[in-house]
Design a protein around this ligand. Structure first.
Ligand SMILES: NC(=O)c1ccc[n+]([C@@H]2O[C@H](COP(=O)([O-])OP(=O)(O)OC[C@H]3O[C@@H](n4cnc5c(N)ncnc54)[C@H](O)[C@@H]3O)[C@@H](O)[C@H]2O)c1
Length: 281
């Protein structure tokens, strides 16, 4: 769908897209889908990511200006809101696709977390949503009826050991979305999280054991793992006027994983595996 003709669902809408790093980034795919649907937006990422990533290419493809912002720095978030206003006027949607855990990167076990890094994980991956909304309001950037989407993961509800302190960050992110959603609802502004299945991106594949988590989810989900492009199509609907009364929700985009117990394929595989183990004893 993403490369095809759109439906004009976001015609006339303006927004900010945080978190596109390279072609695999979910935010990159979302930016392409938003463009296809007629939106205008700015792209933002941390200065270091702008040096390492390939955002210029996306900027050219989508006619979107790049505005640097390290979301851990309040003054940069406020500055970004002001610059966005100068560039686009007020906005109708914001995508928060930001996640980073130094502890996960360094493969540090949950019981031995480095607390400075733990703070960084929570600050960058979750509290940043609060900052974005706070400064968006303060600078009067949000139009009535705007839609904010942050990307989450089922680690917020269930423990995936290798996801370590990111499980905590996603739980906090979802809570902030609900809390802020309740406070912006009087202006028709929606705040939701989309809980995406494991997806092969820089952040995803940086997690030890990611391939196992990916395959596990894919085998259990009746529809299989959704791609980043499929996540992009879903986010477009949430930014559009078709979902005006959806707010304060954590919306699973996982091919049915969250409500499935086990798949027939997995049962058959496990039966064989344990039969072989029994035979070899
Ligand atoms: N890949 C997955 O399996 C998966 C599954 C569910 C949810 N998610 C979430 O989707 C979102 C996007 O991740 P992705 O998988 O596309 O990976 P990604 O690495 O492409 O995106 C993560 C982005 O966060 C940005 N970032 C990190 N620190 C920042 C800072 N201080 N200021 C501003 N930006 C900063 C990075 O530069 C990068 O662009 C994240 O919230 C991630 O947790 C990913």
């Amino acid at each position: 769908m993403s490369e095809q003709q759109g439906y004009g669902l976001l015609k006339g809408k303006k927004g900010i897209i945080f978190g596109a790093l390279d072609k695999r980034s979910i935010a990159w795919r979302i930016a392409l889908a938003c463009k296809r649907e007629g939106a205008d937006f700015v792209l933002s990422n941390a200065p270091i990511a702008l040096r390492l990533g390939a955002l210029d290419e996306l900027s050219e493809k989508t006619d979107a200006k790049i505005l640097p912002c390290d979301v851990s720095k309040e003054e940069e978030v406020e500055g970004l809101m002001k610059e966005t206003k100068e560039e686009l006027g007020s906005v109708d949607f914001i995508l928060h696709a930001i996640g980073m855990s130094p502890n996960v990167r360094k493969k540090i076990d949950y019981k031995n977390l480095n607390y400075d890094w733990y703070n960084d994980t929570l600050d960058i991956s979750a509290i940043s949503l609060h900052k974005v909304l706070h400064f968006a309001e303060k600078t009067e950037l949000l139009n009535n009826g705007a839609s904010i989407v942050a990307l989450s993961y089922i680690g917020a509800q269930r423990i995936f050991s290798k996801y370590s302190d990111m499980n905590d960050a996603k739980a906090l992110l979802e809570s902030i979305a609900r809390n802020y959603g309740s406070r912006l609802a009087d202006r028709g502004i929606r705040v939701n999280t989309v809980s995406q299945a494991p997806t092969k991106t820089s952040a995803g594949t940086g997690i030890k054991g990611f391939d196992g988590m990916y395959t596990f989810a894919d085998k259990i989900a009746p529809l299989g793992n959704p791609t980043a492009d499929e996540c992009a199509d879903y986010c477009v609907t949430l930014f559009s006027d078709l979902t005006r009364k959806v707010t304060m929700q954590n919306l699973y985009h996982d091919g049915g994983f969250v409500t499935s117990g086990i798949s027939e394929e997995m049962i058959d595989g496990l039966v064989k595996l344990y039969a072989e183990e029994d035979d070899s004893e």
